[in-house]
Write a protein that binds this ligand. Structure first.
Ligand code: GDP
Ligand code: MN
Length: 418
């Protein structure tokens, strides 16, 4: 799912008429001081990463003056929250909080719902999972009928809300639903939705996730990879995604595991798994013999030969790799001859450029016999540093890992001697 940072989500809130605190994004302490001056009030400095629980992790800090805001920014910028490095902060006017609520929508894909579920709770500011069920109002929304203001008023009233806060609260919840629909979200959440001491209702936080399948309707989002991706994609990853973006036949997932300058130091193998579990087994097998994966690739779910071909070409394009390993540690029910054809075509183009390059292929499953024939026939002329295995070794990670290691060592010796 395509995720948005808090400040990006809040831009969509503004467009939907949901009040948000005045805020400015910054990426250096100097910019933060400047932003706090512009806001001209005490501020809160908030880490912008694609993870919740920033408050608990020390990524949300209050500052009374611009100088103090700069100091807070020095602490927050560069810190790691749930494995993600903070590169930007949101500087916002501080709110004088009277009460924190929760309002959120998710898609419930269960058979009997298959649609948006709206949730509201008078106990916001904490993980919604930790709020007791009787304190959360929920409503399955019929997307054809939509939602009316009396629906959200009812929800708020059912949770004991009354007085002047009722109407603005119901109004925000309704607008939240409209924003959820307009942006094709899978999740859209305000936690906390704040009532200030002077009676205003504002969204103090935003979690927004958009349905990957709907991204084509939203070029304005500028999302480069329509799948959960918590960092800026590399060139390798953008290229990998281009095989997938407009071709839904099977999957090809490609991620860079080490940057090119690191690969050139040696010890890396171009890595190609078929299916998640098989891919993990293969990575373990390599790690145990002291080799590392240059990339993570996973082609599965009946991909076409052309998709597999592109994946192999990209894997082979990585500088410094000392081998290519197809880790098919599974009896796939997909027809494996598509894999065989794609691999043969790519390797027949690539191997003549690097004589003696180690290749280990483990491929088994449906149409195995034919697939093995395609591989053996297609790669016969490349000599004995291409090893091809079938179901006889399907779960034999230790043996296969050992073969990759042995061939890589031979190849290194040969290169050192040349
Ligand atoms: P999260 O921890 O990643 O969900 O980040 P939030 O944006 O929800 O911030 C965490 C907590 O910081 C909130 O629940 C609030 O209690 C507090 N907080 C955020 N903004 C303000 C603010 O402007 N004023 C005050 N007093 N507290 C704030
Ligand atoms: Mn929050």
């Amino acid at each position: 799912m395509a995720k948005f940072l808090e400040y990006q989500g809040k831009e969509h809130f503004k467009k939907a008429g949901i009040p948000v605190p005045e805020g400015i994004v910054a990426s250096t302490p100097e910019e933060v001081v400047e932003a706090a001056r512009t806001i001209g009030k005490p501020v809160v400095v908030k880490a912008q990463v694609l993870a919740g629980g920033r408050g608990k992790a020390g990524g949300v800090k209050l500052a009374a003056t611009p100088e103090e805001a700069g100091k807070m920014a020095e602490q927050i910028l560069g810190m790691t929250i749930k494995g993600l490095v903070v590169k930007q902060v949101l500087v916002e006017e501080q709110l004088d909080i009277a009460q924190e609520f929760y309002a959120g929508l998710i898609i419930n894909s269960a058979q009997d719902v298959r649609g948006p579920v709206l949730m509201f709770s008078p106990e916001g500011g904490v993980d919604i999972e930790s709020v007791s069920e009787d304190k959360i109002a929920t409503r399955n929304v019929d997307v054809i009928k939509g939602l009316m203001i009396h629906d959200t008023l009812d929800m708020a009233v059912s949770m004991g809300i009354n007085g002047p806060v009722l109407r603005p609260l119901a109004d925000v919840i309704l607008k939240l639903y409209n924003a959820f629909r307009k942006n094709d979200c899978r999740a859209l959440e305000i936690n906390p939705l704040v009532l200030t001491k002077d009676g205003k209702v504002l969204a103090a936080d935003c979690r927004m996730e958009v349905d990957d399948q709907a991204l084509f309707r939203h070029p304005e989002f500028g999302i480069k990879i329509g799948r959960e991706f918590l960092k800026e994609p590399t060139d390798f990853e953008l290229m990998g995604w281009s095989f997938e973006a407009n071709d839904f036949r099977g999957t090809s997932y490609l991620a860079e595991m080490a940057p090119p300058e690191e690969l050139r130091k040696g010890g890396y193998v171009g890595y190609h798994g078929i299916g998640g579990g098989a891919a993990m087994l293969g990575m373990d097998a390599l790690n145990k013999v002291g080799l590392k994966v240059a990339d993570y690739a996973d082609t599965s779910g009946n991909p076409t030969a052309s998709k597999v071909y592109r994946a192999v070409k990209l894997i082979m394009s990585q500088p410094g790799i000392e081998g290519y390993f197809l880790s098919g540690f599974m009896m796939a029910n997909q027809e494996q001859w598509h894999h065989a054809h794609g691999i043969v075509k790519a390797l027949r183009e690539e191997l003549p450029k690097r004589p003696g390059f180690p290749v280990v292929l483990l491929l088994c499953g449906n149409k195995e016999k034919q697939s093995q024939e395609i591989l053996k026939e297609g790669l016969a002329e490349f000599g004995d540093r291409v090893e091809i295995y079938d179901r006889e070794h399907v779960y034999d990670a230790k043996f296969i890992g050992g073969r990759v290691k042995a061939l890589v060592e031979e190849y290194r010796k040969e290169k050192a001697a040349a």
